[in-house]
Design a protein around this ligand. Structure first.
Ligand code: 13P
Length: 249
């Protein structure tokens, strides 16, 4: 039985003070929730502060990116050790915004995913097609590429400690959500790939989140799909009331 996982990706939003305000508002709203794993992903500068607030609670901490080396002359980068140091349990990797604006490729994502596992960080690996790829009928091919190359070389045990987020790029920040059928189609396709690469047993246990304009109004029908195991929420995670409604849908 897969425990649903709902994560808020705060992207490049909120100062430390604003982040603390948000997480302090969220914490009591979701305090009783035990049937959903709750994750928040603040900016790097807010991680250590938010960590103090969520420590010992039912809210886990995630970073939005990292580099794969432990330390060294890599100006501007953050290592897995540093994320562990501030209490991160998860790290979002391969987000489409990183692929689009910062040159991430399946290969760099794969380095990062492996490094996360070396340090006991659980990666949330993002995959998803762009609008023109969906219109050209190659959405499944793009996702196969993201999965096969992004997860190359992982052991079954590492795969079980990973989460996949399907985020169709055309649904991110656009208010245009994938229909439940569209999401289910791709989620089932991803689970099929995991069966091919790992095993039916592994595929059955890995959680696959949907991301792209998730809101209180659409979360229930998305989560009702058999292969949708959670959400990766952008805009609506910036408001404690909306994010709590999504968690408690
Ligand atoms: P929105 O919920 O704002 O569409 O963002 C989705 C997303 O990219 C989460 O990682």
């Amino acid at each position: 039985m897969r425990k649903p996982i709902i994560a808020g990706n705060w992207k490049m939003h909120k100062t430390v003070a604003e982040s603390l305000e948000l997480v302090n508002a969220l914490k009591p709203l979701v305090a009783g929730v035990t049937n959903v794993e709750i994750v928040v992903a603040p900016t790097f500068t807010a991680l250590a502060f938010v960590s103090q607030v969520v420590g010992g609670s039912n809210i886990a901490l995630a970073a939005q990116n990292m580099y794969w080396e432990d330390s060294g002359a890599f100006t501007g980068e953050i290592s897995p050790l540093m994320l562990k140091d501030v209490g991160c349990e998860y790290v979002i990797l391969g987000h489409s915004e990183r692929r689009q604006y910062f040159g991430e490729t399946n290969e760099t994502v794969n380095h990062k995913v492996k490094a996360a596992h070396v340090h006991g960080l659980k990666p949330i690996v993002c995959v998803g097609e762009r609008l023109e790829q969906r219109e050209a009928g190659i959405a499944h091919d793009v996702i196969r590429d993201h999965i096969v190359h992004g997860l190359a070389g992982l052991t079954a045990a590492e795969m079980l400690e990973s989460v996949i987020a399907y985020e169709p790029v055309w649904a991110i920040g656009t208010g245009k959500t994938a229909t439940p059928d569209q999401a289910q189609d791709v989620h089932a396709f991803i689970r099929g790939l995991l069966t091919e690469i790992f095993s039916a047993d592994v595929a059955d246990q890995v959680r696959i989140q949907y991301g792209g304009s998730v809101k209180p109004e659409n979360v229930s029908e998305l989560m009702a799909q058999p292969d949708v195991d959670g959400g990766l929420v952008g805009g609506a995670s910036l408001r404690a009331d909306l994010f709590a409604q999504i968690v408690k849908h």
